[in-house]
Design a protein around this ligand. Structure first.
Ligand code: MLZ
Length: 452
């Protein structure tokens, strides 16, 4: 299929065709614009769009049918081409280039059939009448709904607490520098080796005062809270935007210090490790450490909410056939939880405390999407679902070594439908080898960790 608008240099449509992959549907991503309205979008839907094969001096339009949907993108065929795919084209459903049937009449635009497709249609009017009966089109308020979904109440200048990119056991105060598609670029007041980029729904992001409230370490004197608080309260109170965590009942039986479990390693999100609960904070937050637990140095402790997808019961890996990262001195092949608990004189965290809610999702291996590299969260990359295990998806970054794979929750705000970057104006990272100019053929070997 041909492309008509080569705006970004990368064409998801031809990439999907080349890779013989499908894209995960927009309905898989709760935080994506138009998520709740995407059921209106279906193959067979008819739209009005620019007729690019007309050789007329002025702009004319024609009707096209959606023959494939891939994330926010659609493959279209002009009406009258029937089974002839030679002029099919990919277009973003959210770019404003596609309009509902009736739009030309309403805005006094000309509908002119393409000249190229001599498809023996003597009477276009009659032909169209037949084709349009019963056909769906874009809802008239489609773009209005998109505009609503693209809005955010967060503003640059607002302050938040966020995980310190230099030290995983503490948060620090940051200010919002810019917002793109709900992704925040955060900057720190004092020198920091890294800026932070995260979606406003990220579990790493908290309202001012959060650390104090839950008992988490924060790199900021009380003075800074006061200043930040003032700044936030003058800007509509950003904390209303933070969705409340799942309520957990911590009385009677809850996670206890010393309990063992399996957890996604925040510094290596492709690894699920043997971990220990080091401290139970308020409101269901836990400080964990990868085994062997380092009780003398708290620097490696990290915080997950008890309901986080990253907190997993023992034997989760074994049941799902995922290699478990075991403590040094143990062999992953022979590691046995029962023995390990005996040797370390510890208990396993009960599986019933973990969030096993799994209403099902529609992700399957080999589906394509756009995914954040959690270790370099400025980067949103061309990626694939490699595996599914319960709520978890193993994301593979196309063109990168398996070493870069990362586990995420199926509801993670860090994954997006194909075409999300184009919609929001965020830069999409292409698979290495495709280069800026989209040389599809010149695929080099897989990029390995040595390039970091
Ligand atoms: N500095 C690193 C960036 C890796 C980004 C990979 N994203 C999937 C490198 O160039 O290796």
């Amino acid at each position: 299929a041909s492309t008509r608008a080569k705006t970004s240099g990368f064409d998801w449509g031809s990439y999907l065709e080349k890779e013989t992959s499908v894209a995960a549907s927009v309905t898989c991503f709760r935080h994506a614009p138009l998520w709740a309205h995407w059921d209106d979008i279906a193959v067979g839907m008819k739209v009005e769009t620019l007729n690019t094969i007309a050789v007329l001096p002025s702009k004319v339009y024609w009707i096209a049918t959606v023959i494939q949907v891939a994330g926010y993108k659609a493959l279209l065929r002009y009406e009258g081409f029937e089974h002839d795919s030679s002029h099919d084209f990919w277009c973003s459903l959210v770019s404003g280039e596609l309009n509902p049937i009736g739009w030309c009449a309403m805005t006094s635009k000309l509908l002119v059939p393409p000249e190229d497709g001599n498809h023996n249609i003597p009477d276009w009017k009659e032909y169209l009448m037949k084709k349009l009966i019963g056909a769906n089109t874009l809802p008239v308020d489609f773009y209005a709904k998109l505009a609503v979904d693209m809005k955010t109440c967060l503003k640059s200048g607002m302050c938040v607490e966020v995980l310190d990119p230099e030290q995983v056991n503490q948060t620090r105060v940051a200010a919002i520098d810019s917002i793109t598609g709900g992704r925040l670029h955060l900057v720190f007041q004092e020198r920091c080796s890294k800026d932070v980029w995260c979606h406003m729904g990220s579990p790493l992001l908290h309202p001012i005062g959060w650390s104090l409230k839950v008992g988490h370490v924060i790199k900021a004197p009380a003075f800074r809270w006061a200043v930040a608080n003032m700044m936030t309260s003058t800007s509509d109170g950003a904390d209303v935007l933070f969705k409340p965590q799942r309520i957990v009942y911590m009385e009677n039986s809850f996670f206890e210090e010393g309990m063992k479990l399996e957890a996604i390693n925040p510094l290596h999100p492709g690894n699920i490790c043997v971990a220990t609960v080091m401290k139970v904070l308020s409101y269901g937050y836990l400080m964990l450490s990868i085994d062997p637990p380092k009780s003398n140095s708290k620097l490696d402790w990290f915080c997950y909410h008890a309901s986080s997808h990253a907190v997993l019961p023992i034997n989760f890996c074994q049941k799902n056939n995922i290699p478990l990262s075991v403590p040094p001195g143990y062999d992953p092949e022979t590691f046995c939880w029962e023995n390990y608990l005996m040797e370390t004189k510890s208990k396993a965290a009960p599986a019933r405390l973990m969030n096993a809610d799994y209403p099902g999702h529609r992700f399957y291996p080999n589906m394509k999407l756009e995914a954040t590299d959690l270790l370099e969260p400025r980067l949103v990359c061309v990626a694939s679902v490699k595996r599914c295990a319960g709520r978890l998806l193993l994301i593979h970054f196309d063109g990168w070594d398996n070493e870069f794979d990362q586990w995420v929750d199926y509801e993670s705000p860090d994954i997006y439908p194909v075409g999300w970057c184009e919609l929001t104006g965020y830069q999409l990272q292409l698979p290495p080898g495709l280069g800026e100019l989209n040389h599809m053929e010149s695929s080099q070997g897989k990029k390995t960790k040595a390039f970091v």
